[in-house]
Design a protein around this ligand. Structure first.
Ligand SMILES: NC(=O)C1=CN([C@@H]2O[C@H](COP(=O)(O)OP(=O)(O)OC[C@H]3O[C@@H](n4cnc5c(N)ncnc54)[C@H](OP(=O)(O)O)[C@@H]3O)[C@@H](O)[C@H]2O)C=CC1
Ligand SMILES: O=C(O)CCC(=O)C(=O)O
Ligand SMILES: [Mg+2]
Length: 417
């Protein structure tokens, strides 16, 4: 493919055959720096990645980084928020990594982060939540938190069927409901008689969309020897979207994985003892705090997963150390990215924690089968935290800590590899 907004460096492509990635020694990996603090974090993280690859391979492996553009940098450079080249590069080179991109509230462009997930059909948002010894936490037993969130990444209210009050689309949908379903429509109290001041959002949730997500979560639980998979939903209220997510999840566990009901159901057990259970989203937010041991792998819908991942990140030291990956386990496409956003008030000050992107890279290397590189990154991060020379977010809660810059924290990780 001829790219006009980016340049393909020398290197080789990662490919997939029979569901297995083939990773050359000099893979081309597209990356987006990101908006706001994304710039500071990338500069620090990429040095960590290169150092870990160099050290683990003795110089026989090297990433060929390919910069691709999206967000504010792309708008300035190309008058285009998300050039086709960027999407094509992630498609062609299979595995990539990105910094956060800004999404305006209440108008303007729709999320570029969500767009990338949808355009590449990256149906799993994988967000592990684990505690690193020494990280300051607001809870008493942060070490009890060891959870992995499988967040559905393409459907739900993130699908973008979201119409502004008074728009032609909103008025048409409301008219349709009034005409076709007059009894249901009459029951709704909008707070106004004037429907031109009613915005409308639609929440699509499908059985195949649910089941591919739950399948990935159960497979992960089996491969990693986990104790349970909890389907988190608000199915008591949204019966045919969130409730259906729960039912389709249990159905899949029984039909594809041989689960049988326990204690009269609906909880069930796989032949290897893994429990498949469910919990309603509101109480889940309390119970992940009060009894974290009960949660292991969590499979949930898009919005619940978004809320849960920030809340859980707090328990193990905050959003500065919360990684993630957006993955299609069938096509092999994956884009790794932090859970946090662009934190614009800190942009270009070289102060924020690069840990979330560093750990997103660690996930990327493990996904590529470069476990020795991933292990070195973990070793370096553990050492850096243990040295108590950390960025402001950890330093403000850690006794006896020295506050250092984002770039210096990257150096500290490298020094401890
Ligand atoms: N995938 C993506 O690209 C995402 C993009 N976004 C976008 O980012 C923008 C800003 O979102 P906002 O809701 O403010 O959330 P952010 O995650 O950007 O920041 C919120 C707060 O989290 C803390 N924080 C964030 N990143 C770090 C870090 N690396 N190190 C230490 N602390 C950190 C800071 O807390 P404190 O003030 O306490 O220091 C910061 O003020 C929005 O446009 C949003 O849409 C949001 C989430 C994901
Ligand atoms: O796309 C955005 O701006 C926000 C997305 C988000 O919060 C997330 O994926 O966790
Ligand atoms: Mg979020």
């Amino acid at each position: 493919m001829a790219y006009t907004t980016c340049t393909v460096p020398s290197g080789e492509k990662i490919s997939i055959s029979n569901g297995k990635l083939n990773v050359p020694n000099n893979p081309i990996i597209p990356f987006i720096r990101g908006d706001g603090t994304g710039r500071d974090i990338w500069a620090s993280s990429v040095r960590v990645f290169d150092a870990a690859v160099e050290k683990a391979s003795g110089g026989s492996k090297k990433i060929s980084w390919m910069e691709v553009f999206a967000g504010e940098a792309s708008k300035t450079k190309f008058d285009n928020w998300l050039p086709d080249d960027t999407v094509e590069a992630f498609k062609e080179f299979l595995v990539g990594i990105k910094g956060p991109l800004t999404t305006p509230v209440g108008g303007g462009i729709r999320s570029l982060n969500v767009a990338l997930r949808q355009l590449l059909d990256l149906y799993v948002c994988l967000r592990p939540v684990q505690y690193f010894t020494g990280v300051p936490s607001p809870v008493k037993r942060p070490e009890a938190v060891d959870m992995v969130i499988f967040r559905e990444n393409t459907e739900d209210i993130y699908a973008g069927i979201d119409f502004q009050a008074g728009s032609e689309q909103a008025l048409k949908v409301l008219k349709f409901l009034e005409t076709e379903y007059p009894k249901d429509f009459k029951k709704v109290r909008f707070g106004t008689e004037d429907v031109s001041s009613v915005g409308v959002g639609i929440k699509p949730v499908s059985k195949p969309g649910t089941q591919r997500l739950v399948r990935a979560a159960i497979k992960y639980a089996i491969e990693q020897g986990k104790k349970s998979v909890t389907l988190v939903h608000k199915g008591n209220i949204m019966k045919f979207t969130e409730g259906a997510f729960r039912d389709w999840g249990y159905e899949l566990a029984k039909e594809e994985f041989g689960a049988v009901e326990i204690d009269g159901g609906p909880w069930c057990k796989l032949p290897n003892g893994i429990i498949i259970k469910d919990a309603i989203a509101d109480i889940t937010l309390q119970q992940v705090l009060t009894r974290p041991e009960d949660f292991d792998v969590i499979a949930t819908l898009n919005l619940n997963g978004d809320y849960l991942s920030d809340a859980l990140a707090a328990q193990v030291g905050g959003i500065g150390i919360a990684p993630g990956g957006n993955i299609n386990y069938i096509s092999g496409h994956a884009i790794f990215e932090a859970t946090h956003g662009t934190a614009p008030k800190y942009a270009d000050q070289d102060v924020v924690n690069p840990g979330s992107v560093v750990l997103s890279g660690e996930m990327m290397f493990r996904y590529m089968g470069w476990n020795d590189v991933a292990d070195l990154i973990i070793k370096g991060l553990n050492g850096a935290i243990g040295s108590k020379k950390v960025t402001y977010d950890f330093a403000r809660l850690m006794d006896g800590a020295t506050k250092i810059k984002c770039s210096e924290f990257g150096d500290n990780i490298i020094a401890h590899m």
